[in-house]
Structure formats: structure tokens, C-alpha cells
Design a binder for this molecule. Structure first.
Ligand code: IPE
Ligand code: IPE
Ligand code: MG
Length: 240
């Protein structure tokens, strides 16, 4: 059986920042800072491998339950990082997009997010999609609310119209979902979109995740057989 082509869309649950910091007797925020460096590395690796969409789980709707100082530090880090990276992303033709319940973020961060997207989306060839204040269940509820508000006939609802109202509208479903730091759960990430995604889990903590780890995840993906419910002998394994 031939190999799958490289994935078009990779989504990553970036986990293990706090454990990384604890192992070094550092405050948690240092783990999150180190995690930002990994984002830069992995975004470059993804671009080099021809991955058109990279979605990163940065903050879940459940992460608000963390200590106030950690939440504040994370929000500050997001804001700082957007400010620092936006020009470079625009130069490289990478659109910075955000998926989540954005209207619950601070108005300053919302403004920044909107401006960063406007600045980077012109003539972009790839997308870096940050899942922030993201929850898969909330996303589905929000989609249905929006459909109802638009006057859609909910008795005729189909998959395409739900997909068109998700935060990720317009993006292909992820071909590959990676989770670092050993846990094997979705934690409310892309519940709808990951219906047929391939999974790759590694023990490596996110701040230690290197380009070689990313390449290994892709290689593992390319060796898989995607059946989408069909009989194995009828699968052409062309992926997307
Ligand atoms: C992931 O690292 C980052 C966020 C969830 C914001 P964690 O802070 O969850 O690190 P662990 O999983 O506790 O080690
Ligand atoms: C998932 O990690 C959320 C992000 C990576 C942003 P968590 O650390 O919040 O997930 P759980 O609590 O271990 O399931
Ligand atoms: Mg965690």
C-alpha cells in the first residue's frame, strides 16, 4: 500500500508545559513561555513539510478554572506573542486565525486578534489557526444558535450547514491530531472536526517537542491506512 500524502491540516493539543516547569523547579509560567518557543519551531517545520493548516490548542474554555495568576500570565503571553510575530507571519504569507468564543476575551485582545488577522490574511498561502477560549461542545452549541438566529429551518439541518457555522468554517477537517505529554484524550478539542482524524500521542512534553518529533508524527501518519468506514480492500489510501 502506498503512503498517504502529507497531511493538509495538522491540529495539536500542546500539553505538558506545567510538568516541564515543575521538573525544573520553575514557576508554571516559564513552562508556558518555553511552549511559545516550541510553537515557532513547529510552525516552521509544518510550513516546510507543506502543511497548509496548523491548528494549535492554546486555551480551552475549561482553562479559565486555573488560578487567576496563571490565566492572566497566559493572556499576556498570547498578546505579547501576537504583537511580536505578526509582521513576520505576514511576510511569510501565513494567515493568523483564531478559533473560539472570542467575544469572551478582553476587548484589547479581541482588537489585537482582529487586527492580526486582517494584517496577515491578504495573499496568505497557509494558515496558523490558534484555538483560544475554544471548546468543542460550545462550538457546536454556538453554531446551532447562529443557525437559529439566521432563521434556518432546524428540522432540515444537515452536516454541511453545521460545519459552515463552526469557528473553523472554511477549513478542512484535521487529517492528524497530535497530543503531547502522554495524555490520550481530546479535552474538548475539535469534537466535530476530528471525526475521522488520525491520532498521534507522544510522551514528550510540549516545550521539548522538536522538529524531529513533528517529522516523526507526520511519518507515522503517512504510514496509516484511512478507511472512513469502508472495507480495507476498497480503500485507495489517497488521504484527502
Ligand atoms: C498546556 O500545559 C498549556 C495549557 C493548557 C494552557 P499544561 O499547563 O496543561 O501542562 P500540564 O499538562 O499540567 O503539564
Ligand atoms: C488541553 O490541555 C488544553 C490545551 C492544551 C490548551 P489541558 O491540560 O487543559 O487538558 P486536561 O485538563 O489535562 O484534560
Ligand atoms: Mg495539561
Amino acid at each position: 500500500m502506498s503512503q498517504l500524502p502529507p497531511p493538509e491540516h495538522v491540529a495539536i493539543i500542546m500539553d505538558g508545559n506545567s510538568r516541564w516547569a515543575r521538573e525544573r523547579l520553575l514557576p508554571r509560567v516559564m513552562g508556558h513561555k518555553a511552549g511559545i518557543e516550541t510553537i515557532r519551531r513547529v510552525a516552521e517545520a509544518a510550513d516546510r513539510r507543506g502543511v497548509r493548516v496548523l491548528t494549535l490548542y492554546a486555551f480551552s474554555t475549561e482553562n479559565w478554572s486555573r488560578p487567576r495568576d496563571e490565566v492572566d500570565a497566559l493572556m499576556n503571553l498570547f498578546s505579547e506573542t501576537i504583537r511580536r510575530e505578526v509582521d513576520e507571519l505576514a511576510r511569510r504569507g501565513i494567515e493568523l486565525r483564531f478559533s473560539g468564543r472570542l467575544h469572551d476575551l478582553s476587548t484589547a485582545l479581541q482588537d489585537q486578534i482582529r487586527q492580526a488577522n486582517e494584517r496577515t490574511r491578504v495573499s496568505a498561502r497557509a494558515i496558523l489557526n490558534i484555538a483560544i477560549n475554544y471548546g468543542g461542545r460550545q462550538e457546536i452549541v454556538d453554531a446551532i444558535r447562529e443557525l437559529a438566529r439566521d432563521g434556518a429551518d432546524l428540522t432540515q439541518l444537515d452536516e454541511a450547514s453545521v460545519a459552515d457555522h463552526l469557528y473553523t468554517r472554511g477549513l478542512p477537517d484535521p487529517d492528524l491530531v497530535i497530543r503531547t505529554a502522554g495524555e490520550m484524550r481530546l479535552s474538548n478539542f475539535l469534537l466535530w472536526q476530528a471525526a475521522y482524524s488520525e491520532f498521534y500521542c507522544t510522551q514528550t512534553l510540549w516545550p521539548d517537542f522538536a522538529q524531529a518529533d513533528f517529522d516523526e508524527a507526520l511519518a507515522s501518519y503517512q504510514r496509516r491506512i484511512r478507511r472512513f468506514g469502508a472495507r480495507p480492500e476498497e480503500v485507495s489510501n489517497r488521504g484527502r
